[in-house]
Design a protein around this ligand. Structure first.
Ligand SMILES: C[S@@+](CC[C@H](N)C(=O)[O-])C[C@H]1O[C@@H](n2cnc3c(N)ncnc32)[C@H](O)[C@@H]1O
Length: 212
């Protein structure tokens, strides 16, 4: 939702913890096996933080929205790993080239203003061979549902849902940015508790080759 959606940020802060019964296992799977330095963009209220494994030495958590960032700071203080929460956007990360072993996006690439720009930044800050872990809701598989998503994205969805788009082809964007998707699992409403049109979700990992 970024800085321009304070009302939705308040709603997300109130409602998102209730979804954790369904989402927490997917957050754990998203982060399992990570180690070293990690950058998480659009960290929200920090719901991923309890799930970082102990081999992670440091997390830089970037969050532009002030209320969510303050909640993320509180979550970071309770976390078992070292997490620094900073203001910023995915399209302009406050980090040096090749400075992270892994990057995490979770329900964020649907909302960033410039998806290609955000992915290029993630690639820049990842070391060659570094991993992008993603849990993102995406474009539906059936033509009918895609049509509904397109109409919603062109009308009310971004206004009602904090700048979010329900029909982005995020897997294609990840590959177009120069990542290679190694593994990916498709999830639906029954897995995450999040209803259509945001139901089709991808949980996966992609590798960054050397930046051109
Ligand atoms: C649906 S919330 C997800 C929050 C969190 N990742 C989670 O899994 O609960 C989307 C988040 O993306 C953030 N966001 C929106 N635009 C952004 C941008 N351009 N760069 C970074 N984060 C952004 C929002 O402020 C919000 O925290």
């Amino acid at each position: 939702m970024g800085r321009g959606h304070p009302r939705y940020a308040r709603y997300y802060a109130r409602v998102s913890p209730a979804l954790e019964r369904s989402l927490a296992p997917h957050r754990r799977a998203l982060l399992a096996g990570l180690s070293g330095r990690v950058v998480e963009v659009g960290a929200g209220n920090g719901l991923n933080f309890p799930h970082y494994p102990p081999a992670v030495t440091e997390v830089l958590a970037v969050e532009p929205e002030p209320l969510l960032r303050s909640l993320a700071e509180a979550s970071a203080a309770r976390a078992a790993v070292s997490i620094k929460v900073v203001d910023g956007v995915a399209e302009d990360l406050p980090a040096g080239d090749a400075s992270f072993d892994a990057a995490v996006t979770c329900l964020v690439l649907c909302t960033v203003t410039d998806q290609a720009g955000a992915l290029a930044e993630l690639r820049r800050v990842l070391r060659p061979g570094g991993e992008l872990r993603f849990l993102e809701h995406v474009r539906a598989e059936s033509a009918g549902r895609r049509r509904v998503q397109r109409v919603l994205d062109a009308t009310v969805f971004p206004l009602l849902v904090g700048g979010c788009h329900c029909g982005r082809d995020t897997a294609a964007a990840i590959e177009a940015a120069g990542f290679t998707i190694g593994r990916v699992k498709r999830l639906g409403t029954a897995d995450t508790g999040i209803p259509f049109p945001s139901a089709p979700q991808l949980l996966g990992a992609a590798t960054s080759g050397s930046a051109q």
